[in-house]
Design a protein around this ligand. Structure first.
Ligand SMILES: Nc1ncnc2c1ncn2[C@@H]1O[C@H](COP(=O)(O)OP(=O)(O)OP(=O)(O)O)[C@@H](O)[C@H]1O
Ligand SMILES: [Mg+2]
Length: 211
């Protein structure tokens, strides 16, 4: 099964809508352990992306992802701007020149993105960051694709793993970013970045029409 460029565009457009809907929720999560701006940050960045997509819609997928990256880096700021910017930048390099993606490509896109986030932010699994949602999802997708599980079965596994990773941040002590200043007081709160990362993947599942 191939993922078309139109589906990638549909994913990104829908993600902008999903982040707008979840703006207050993400900001509330960040109010508990950060500085109450994650929803505002993500919404600002993805509204800019939404406005920009028509100008790059005729380009290849690598090009589109690169444009997303540049927009996020220039419009979000904070910790999540460079981190999500790096995710999309690495994904764009991995998908350079492609007009459609195979199942393996989609796994490689997310893996490259995760590696970028880890290199940039230096977070380990369990540090209560977006990595805790992204990493299990990438592992699940890679494992499924490696055993020739088709995307309609593989992607739900990745989203389930991301959701478990997101919820798994609740009992953790934050080790990175502003939340780490709270130490033990960060326990009991779900990480905002892990939540936005889950939404990114859930929206991918919902929009790639892989049932
Ligand atoms: N070093 C890191 N590696 C991976 N993710 C990180 C790192 N630092 C912060 N994050 C993620 O960024 C989210 C916070 O993003 P936000 O948009 O609120 O930016 P911010 O307010 O500048 O961040 P922070 O308050 O964490 O420094 C956190 O919930 C966490 O998931
Ligand atoms: Mg914040």
């Amino acid at each position: 099964m191939a993922v078309t460029k139109q589906q990638i565009l549909h994913w990104l457009e829908t993600l902008a809508a999903v982040l707008a809907e979840n703006k207050d929720y993400l900001t509330e999560l960040d109010a508990a352990i950060g500085d109450a701006d994650h929803g505002v940050n993500m919404n600002r960045g993805f509204q800019k992306v939404l406005a920009q997509l028509p100008t790059v819609a005729d380009k290849d997928i690598g090009h589109i992802l690169k444009a997303v990256s540049m927009t996020l880096i220039s419009s979000i700021g904070g910790a999540s701007g460079p981190l999500y910017g790096t995710l999309f930048l690495r994904a764009s390099t991995a998908m350079a020149g492609k007009e459609a993606l195979t199942d393996e490509d989609l796994a490689a896109l997310l893996k490259a993105g995760l590696e970028g986030v880890v290199q940039r932010g230096k977070a380990n699994l369990g540090d209560k960051t977006m990595v805790d949602a992204l990493s299990p999802a990438v592992d699940a997708l890679e494992a499924a694709i490696a055993t020739a599980t088709p995307l309609p079965e593989a992607l739900p596994k990745a989203v389930t793993a991301a959701e478990a990773g997101m919820k798994g941040t609740i009992p953790l002590v934050a080790k990175k970013g502003r939340a780490s200043y709270l130490g033990e007081r960060s326990i009991g709160h779900q990480d905002p970045g892990a939540t936005s990362a889950y939404l990114l993947l859930k929206t991918m599942l919902d929009t790639l029409e892989v049932e």
